[in-house]
Design a binder for this molecule. Structure first.
Ligand SMILES: C[S@@+](CC[C@H](N)C(=O)[O-])C[C@H]1O[C@@H](n2cnc3c(N)ncnc32)[C@H](O)[C@@H]1O
Length: 267
């Protein structure tokens, strides 16, 4: 693992990071021993976490694919994570080579790897910003240079809002919604509160984490209309493979559309 030997100068490999723990669960190599130790300690409480990560990534692939196929051409991926298989621009540009994708993350390792991956790409940018400050994201020159917010955009908040405690996610989504035109979409996946996930969230060292109830996750879509099939478990969102014959895992996802116009058929 190269990054373990040579971390970027502003990275403290003595502390676990959200992105690197998630990378470990997805089978990636951009993580350190401290991340793997944290991952194992969380798996002691919720053994399904690596499977949840894979199901989440599959939901991301299907949601972006669905929207791009339905005519969405602009994507703003907030809390994008480390590059992995089926990144947002790869899925969107497979449907429409002109699709544009702005990635945003606040982890320096994600930024370093993201920029390396995207350096040769067109119609993509990787921006360092904190999604808790939507104004800084939406007014960032690299974002405004690529995305046209007078036209519909799909904003991804996939597996990230449970790292924002309290009422903040509701303010964030509201501020994002206020910057979007009708026909825009917001894609959300989020950890569901159970006794086990609550214990894991309390144990999480890399960030403050807060799992929420179905009602609380549903309220993130206020002001939006959920497209079919609504707010569901990860494997139930427009599946393209047979559903697993197991209990659904504690994670919900959905795609909301702002207003309903003729600008996109993605309903
Ligand atoms: C669990 S990963 C999810 C990655 C990707 N969205 C996915 O679902 O495959 C969460 C990502 O959100 C990023 N993140 C967490 N808090 C953030 C914040 N306040 N601003 C920007 N990015 C953040 C982390 O660095 C990490 O890369």
């Amino acid at each position: 693992m190269t990054t373990a030997e040579q971390p970027p100068p502003n990275v403290a490999p003595s502390r676990p990071s959200i992105a690197r723990i998630y990378d470990h669960w997805l089978g990636g190599k951009d993580n350190y021993a401290v991340d793997r130790r944290e991952a194992e300690s969380l798996e002691a409480v919720v053994p399904e976490l690596p499977l949840i990560a894979r199901q989440n990534r599959d939901f991301h692939r299907r949601a972006v694919g669905h929207l791009a196929t339905a005519g969405v051409t602009q994507f703003l991926d907030l809390g994008a994570g480390l590059p992995t298989a089926s990144n947002t621009h790869e899925i969107a540009q497979a449907a429409n080579p002109q699709a544009r994708v702005a990635y945003v993350d606040n982890d320096p390792v994600v930024l370093a790897h993201g920029r390396a991956l995207l350096a040769s790409g067109t119609n993509t940018v990787m921006v360092e910003a904190d999604l808790r400050d939507p104004r800084a994201v939406f007014d960032h020159p690299d974002v405004t240079g690529l995305l046209d917010f007078t036209r519909p955009v799909a904003v991804l908040l996939v597996s990230v809002l449970h790292f924002v405690p309290g009422q903040e996610p509701y303010r964030i989504v509201r501020e994002i919604r206020d910057r979007l035109v009708p026909g825009s979409h917001i894609v959300i996946s989020h950890g569901l509160r159970t006794p086990q996930t609550t214990r894991a969230a309390a144990k999480y060292q890399a960030a403050d984490a807060e799992v929420r109830t179905r009602e609380q996750i549903s309220a993130l879509f206020n002001g939006l209309e959920l497209i079919e099939p609504g707010l569901v478990h990860l494997t139930d969102w427009r599946p393209d493979t047979p559903a697993p014959n197991t209990e659904p895992l504690p994670f919900l996802c959905g795609v909301g559309v702002l207003g309903k116009t003729d600008q996109t058929e993605a309903t």
